[in-house]
Design a protein around this ligand. Structure first.
Ligand code: F6R
Length: 609
């Protein structure tokens, strides 16, 4: 939540910051601001709303400025307003902040008692006053930042610029992401890599309680006592073009279309088809590969939680491993019972979700081995777990998760095959057959995408409805949850996902001619039961939009609309079934005129609890 960016170097600071903030806008977009030097003085420009409204007040002639900082906000403390927008100023300093300072009220009181005046309702403004109060007592800016961090409780990633020392930027983090882009005679610091990916792919991941001192000549990273740390500069393989819209109307549409490629990249190098097995690198599995686990506990939030729910079916069916699934925000507060033989797996696209990170810390504090399934390389969760299995979806810019979800399901399938073989629950032949099906998946997704227009037509018939019900059974129940979430978050239509068998225990009361019911059906052992559920909906005047398998001859006669997905092994059907649901949500939202890439009230990376 909130994106921060800093730049020091010879380029036009304003345009570098605006370009970077545009790539970070997915993290928050209720206000934005930048600060830079102009004729030796700091100039702050802030505006409510999206970046475009900030752009309209920026100077057309580039200022000659060695450095600048910028921010795009997702409001926590204080409503979206110009006063609450960042950067915040105190004395000769300006600062941008991502995170929450939990003890800001007591700090504010002390600072007010010193005679300091506040102009915003934010917790963030307290930080810069605190730093300034130490800075004015003498010593370096680095020292003042260090001393301020000793007083602050909560989470933060901050970047500070001083009028008195304009050739340096100072950044520090605790609990919020911060990554440094190392260039030639220029440096960048940002909440996420895409902010500077078009300028450099050399990055340094800052850890908690590390301070970075950036000048155009280079970067030094210190601990909070001022000792210099040797940090590795890593090369990022993401192509800058991956973070562009590439001819699509929205990032969401592009990311839906990228799924065949993303899944190929996630599978690549990890399967030995003839051996019917999955090969994991040393850092991709926890501990001794021969060691068995008795139980896996899968945690995540939102879409990643839905992936965990599918993961339960995959691990139990393919590997015979018992699984519990937890919503990450619930996990640690119920003091979970973890014992010898448990493995906790955290699923997170961003790798920065505060609740999932906290859940993993909880597991580690109980000495339970942890594995993460993350998309963002070097993210906090990936670094704080014993092992990490990266999905290779590439940067996901649109706030609603699409390719991250299907690559998480791919990763979980690979892990299930690995476990199934290791535990002797999956034969070589069955492993080989499943891998074969996995390899066919990207082409089958292409087949679905080729019928995008059909979904667009369905969307045009239904975009005015106010409520939707999504029904699935078994492994498609979590997909019903995901389909409903996708619709509600980008179109603002109320939608609920339900296991179809539960309908008669309550939700059936909602059914009438104004309630489209999205039915997800496979020709499997619960097919007949699903048909009965469809009949129950129809008997009450409900509308059926069915997503069924090719070769299904019953549903076409019952459904008001039908879309077929290609046949695939049932354990892989969640991946295929998700694609038309993403397209349905996309086209309904688009037809309603919603901002599909940046839906209201949301942010991509939820780094606050
Ligand atoms: C929904 C969505 C969110 C995220 C959730 C977890 O489309 O994107 O529900 O799935 O905020 O985020 P990560 O996976 O980054 O931990």
């Amino acid at each position: 939540m909130c994106g921060i960016m800093g730049y020091i170097g010879q380029r036009n600071v304003v345009s570098v910051l605006v370009e970077g903030l545009r790539r970070l806008e997915y993290r928050g977009y209720d206000s934005a601001g930048i600060a830079y030097l102009s004729k030796g003085e700091i100039e702050v420009k802030r505006s409510v709303g999206k970046l475009s409204s900030l752009e309209s007040i920026l100077p057309t002639i580039p200022p000659v400025s060695p450095a600048g900082i910028g921010h795009t906000r997702w409001a926590t403390h204080g409503k979206p307003s110009e006063e609450n927008a960042h950067p915040h100023r105190a004395g000769s300093l300006v600062m941008v902040h991502n995170g929450i300072i939990e003890n800001y009220l007591s700090l504010k009181k002390t600072l007010q008692d010193e005679g300091r005046e506040f102009t915003s309702d934010t917790d963030s403004e307290v930080i810069i006053h605190l730093i300034d109060s130490f800075y004015q007592k003498g010593g370096s800016l680095e020292k003042a930042v260090q001393r301020a961090t000793e007083k602050m409780h909560g989470s933060y990633a901050i970047c500070v610029l001083s009028e008195k020392d304009p050739n340096r930027l100072i950044a520090v983090r605790s609990g919020c992401p911060l990554v440094i882009g190392v260039g030639k005679d220029e440096q960048f610091v940002a909440s996420d890599i895409p902010a500077f990916l078009s300028h450099t792919r050399q990055v340094i991941f800052l850890e908690d309680n590390e301070i970075a001192l950036l000048s155009s000549e280079g970067v030094e990273v210190h601990d909070l006592k001022g000792a210099r740390l040797a940090k590795e500069v890593q090369q990022i393989s993401w192509d800058p073009v991956m973070a562009e819209k590439g001819g699509y109307r929205h990032f969401l549409q592009k990311e839906i279309h990228e799924q065949p490629r993303a899944i190929v990249d996630t599978i690549r190098g990890r399967v030995a088809q003839e051996a019917g097995n999955v090969i994991l690198g040393a850092s991709e599995w926890v501990g001794d590969p021969a060691k068995d686990y008795k139980r896996a506990v899968l945690v995540g939030c939102g879409t990643s939680w839905h992936a965990a729910l599918v993961g339960k079916f995959l691990f139990e069916q393919i590997a015979g491993l018992s699984v519990e699934v937890d919503i990450a925000s619930e996990f640690r507060y119920r003091d979970p019972l973890l014992s010898e033989g448990d493995l906790v797996i955290g699923i997170s696209q961003s790798g920065e979700t505060a609740d999932t990170l906290a859940a993993m810390r909880e597991a580690r504090s109980k000495k339970t081995p942890t594995l993460s399934i993350c998309n963002v390389v070097g993210s906090s969760i990936s670094r704080e777990t014993d092992a990490v299995f990266y999905t290779h979806a590439g940067p996901e810019i649109s706030v609603a998760s699409t390719k991250a979800f299907t690559t998480q399901l791919t990763a979980l399938t690979l892990l299930a095959i690995f476990l199934g073989r290791k535990r002797g629950r999956l034969s070589k032949k069955a492993g080989e057959a499943l891998i074969h099906q996995l390899i066919l998946l990207p082409n089958k997704i292409e087949e679905i995408l080729a019928h995008e227009k059909r979904i667009k037509t369905i969307a045009k018939h239904f975009f005015r409805y106010r409520d939707f019900l999504y029904l699935g059974r078994g492994i498609l129940y979590p997909v019903a949850l995901e389909g409903a979430l996708k619709l509600k978050e980008i179109s603002y239509i109320h939608a609920e996902g339900y296991p179809a068998g539960e309908m008669k225990h309550g939700p059936i009361a909602l059914i009438d001619e104004n309630m489209p019911v999205v039915v997800l059906a496979l020709k499997d052992k619960v097919y007949e039961k699903m048909i009965s559920n469809v009949m129950e909906v129809k008997a009450r005047g409900g509308i059926i939009i069915a997503f069924a398998e090719e070769g299904d001859n019953d549903l076409p006669g019952l459904a008001d609309e039908i879309f077929f997905i290609p046949k695939i092994a049932s354990v892989l059907s969640p991946i295929l079934m998700t694609i038309p649901l993403q397209l349905l949500a996309y086209y309904i939202a688009f037809t309603r005129g919603s901002d599909v890439d940046q839906p209201r009230n949301l942010a991509k990376s939820v780094t606050v609890e």
